[in-house]
Design a protein around this ligand. Structure first.
Ligand code: PLP
Length: 405
């Protein structure tokens, strides 16, 4: 998955351009920066690479989501439908703009179940936020149809799926807005960073101002710029943008490696008929940064996880069901609305109401799922070795079960 695995001379070269002139900020300082504008260059590269009209870089994927929500006018009184399997950033960003996260089930795509989305719509629903988890896409045709029918905004969290596509369009460019994260473990990295993509000029202009204290960025005197609305500082630095600029040039080669390694590993695991795989709405668009697979029951899955741990090969294999950061089961802080600053009591009640529900349908899927992260550095030999070790562990557990049955 992560671009940091292939750090090298390209990143150092881009960084050196910035270190040479010492202008670490993305705005202003026209003279001393001597034509070096890494953030602007990366935004242009994002537009070109992914086919988006506009891109706004931010300090993180989380701040990209917050910026997109604000630019879409989502806030007080609004409900946003999001999946129970994601990263905590999804609800963090919603809380940061005062919107209510409405949690709904996922299906075998590991993303929003469109039927569950339909059932969750109320008169307060403003937006649907699919999260393209583990490198691949949500069922976007179904979700787009729902948004159209109910006049809802579609905000794609594509933070984990840079370079993945759906029916020929890159994830993050299909909804009203979409976000990327360039944190250290994402498909390409800036160290820290994020981006909002949109085809709508009005949304872009709001993102541009919101992520820089409301600056309208008109004219060439920062102090004289006006502030049509209140913003925050979610700026990326030139140093981070420089790293991203090198990484985005390598994205296609990363994806090729992913796809090759993913196919090899999948072939090995396919030997076992009891293993099934994540449903991918458009397999050709999978970034292949993860291979996600299911076992028949939670008990068997837990025993396989324990077996992988015992053999010291669990690293890189994620059992999300027990993970504190990715699945609702362990989000007690959200379910109890534990915040440092006080919330309006009605808002707090709404958060607790929508998070303390029965998600048995998702439990039944997530408790049987293991995701194997695909490394850019694996050799064919290593993939074979890893795959065979997983196969042996699964066979051992399955045999034990057939003996006990
Ligand atoms: C990483 C991630 C984010 C947030 O990105 P940061 O850059 O770490 O703030 C948001 N959503 C998902 C699904 C992510 O994986």
């Amino acid at each position: 998955m992560p671009g940091f695995e292939l750090w090298g001379t390209e990143e150092r070269k881009e960084l050196n351009d910035v270190l040479q002139n010492g202008i670490l900020m993305r705005y202003g300082f026209e003279g001393p920066r001597k034509g070096i504008w890494k953030a602007k260059e990366l935004e242009a590269a994002i537009c070109k690479t992914f086919g988006s009209n506009y891109a706004q870089l931010t300090s993180s994927g989380t701040s990209a989501l917050t910026t997109a929500l604000a630019a879409l006018g989502i806030g007080y009184g609004d409900e946003v439908i999001m999946p129970v399997f994601t990263f905590v950033a999804s609800f963090e960003s919603l809380l940061s703009v005062g919107a209510v996260p409405v949690l709904v089930d996922v299906d075998e795509t590991l993303t929003l179940n469109p039927d569950a989305v339909r059932k969750a719509i109320t008169s307060k629903t403003k937006s649907v936020m699919p999260v393209h988890m583990c490198g691949a896409m949500a069922d976007l045709d179904a979700l787009k149809a729902i948004c159209k029918e109910h006049r809802l905004l579609l905000l794609e969290d594509s933070c984990q799926s840079i370079g993945a596509s759906y029916k020929g369009k890159y994830l993050g460019t299909i909804g009203d807005a979409g976000t990327f994260s360039f944190d250290f473990v994402k498909i390409i990295t800036c160290g820290e960073g994020g981006a909002v993509m949109t085809n709508r000029e009005d949304i872009y202009n709001k993102c541009d101002g919101y992520s820089d204290h409301g600056h309208d960025h008109k004219g060439n005197d920062r102090g004289a710029e006006t502030h049509p609305f209140i913003g925050y500082n979610y700026r990326i630095s030139e140093l981070h943008a420089a790293v991203g600029l090198a990484q985005i040039q390598k994205l296609q080669s990363f994806l090729e490696i992913h796809r090759r390694n993913h196919a090899s590993l999948k072939m090995i695991l396919s030997q076992i008929p009891e293993i099934s795989f994540r449903r991918i709405p458009d397999p050709a668009g999978d970034s292949c940064s993860f291979l996600s697979w299911f076992l028949p029951t939670e008990t068997i899955t837990r025993e396989v996880v324990n077996e992988l741990k015992a053999q010291n090969i669990l690293a890189g294999n994620f059992y999300w069901y027990d993970n504190n950061w990715h699945y609702i089961r362990k989000w007690d802080h959200l379910k109890n609305a534990v915040t440092l600053s006080a919330l309006h009591p009605d808002y707090k009640k709404a958060i607790m109401h929508h998070t303390n529900k029965d998600f048995a349908a998702s439990d039944a899927i997530m408790s049987r799922c293991i995701s194997t992260a695909i490394s850019l550095l694996w050799t064919e030999e290593q993939i074979k070795d890893k795959g065979e070790k997983i196969v042996t562990a699964v066979r051992r557990v399955l045999k034990q079960h057939s003996i006990n049955a």
